[in-house]
Design a protein around this ligand. Sequence first.
Ligand code: SF4
Ligand code: SF4
Length: 430
Amino acid sequence: MTDETTNINNHKARFSNKTAELLHDCDLSLCLTCNACVEACPATGLEGMDPKKFIRMVAEGMDEEAITTPWVWMCSMCEGCISVCPAKADIAGVVGLAREAWPKEKKPRGITGSCDMALKSETCSAMGISEEDFRFVVEETLLDVREEQEGWEELDAPVNRKGAYFFLNQNSREPAMEPDEMVPLWKILHLAGADWTYGTEGWAAENYCMFACDLKSWEHIVRVKAKAVENLGCKVWLNTECAHEMYAFRSGLKKFNIPHNFEVKSIVQYYAQWIREGKLKVNSEWNKGLGIRFTVHDPCQLVRKSFGDPVAEDLRYIVRTVVGENNFIDMTPNRSENYCCGGGGGYLQSGFTEARYKFGAIKFNQIKATGADYCITACHNCHTQIRDLCEHYKGGYHTIHLWTIICLALGCLGENERRYLGPDLAEAGL
Ligand code: SF4
Ligand code: SF4
């Protein structure tokens, strides 16, 4: 027997044991006639596979096929299938086990490369931004705002401030490529009177090791981040608009039994709270007469996989308040039943671009059906994917972060903070 055969057999044995464990309360015989997962899954048909075929393969012991089909990289692990499955089969979980069984060199390089990069330093940045560079970018950007924007001379963006209530993270995309996009977030925190800090360690809001299904590395990154929060004595780990990080950290703490003395929250929950408390004095007056229409996307990792419909209600409360009730149009279906856009699961890094567009067609049609001029996303991966879909399918809508529209409604969105707005809002409120 060759080494490779032994390896495959070892992987198969481990895969079978683990899938059996994962599926022990699912009655897979229910699976024979139901097609609910197939209909709910945007990856249906890619690589000639669908979730029902995949789970049947596993149930029938076709382990080798299950752990070698490239379809596991077509699935975004969005869990849309689980939410409609009468047997509650953890299809995404089994996809994760199959991904785990792939030899590293055969996994999509973009995903493993982002994971490897994050492991190189305590920042956990998948783009390799060092502690010094992060601090430098934050300080320089802050200085520019204080000097150039009247009324913002007191704006702060603290780094490593011990005892701050919130430990804020930041997706690497901003410090690396668009630092001005951090400013609306700082302004919101300032106006809400939030006591917050970044940490030079563990600040990066991404974890592609989770999507690579490299459990050891996923755990390592969660531990580094948890330690960084504890070292600064913060009470709340506050996740910015990045949904996969929300899930990776929150579920990672639980999965790997990592003890911690802080709460884990999404900034979306706080945006809503601060608006309800009157700390963020937003209104939709700016849209009166303009009548610009908005829809909102529910990121799977934030809504379905983390906080459920309550956070989806927070999202809608925020959007309705800032754009005006009559200018908000919901997608169908929505909230926990929303379709995945295809930005998660490592898709943006995997290099399977054509498959990603096909996967995202349902989301694109959902957005177009609303007739909205803008789609708001509270997630970096969703933001990139929904913009890409617009360009690919020539959608004609704009895609923006939640922080952009909140600052617009607060009357404090600076000139350099409008990168994603269309010409209709390029000068609004300046
Ligand atoms: S939804 Fe569940 S029961 Fe129905 S086909 Fe899919 S896995 Fe089987
Ligand atoms: S997790 Fe999402 S993409 Fe994967 S099989 Fe389920 S519905 Fe399809």
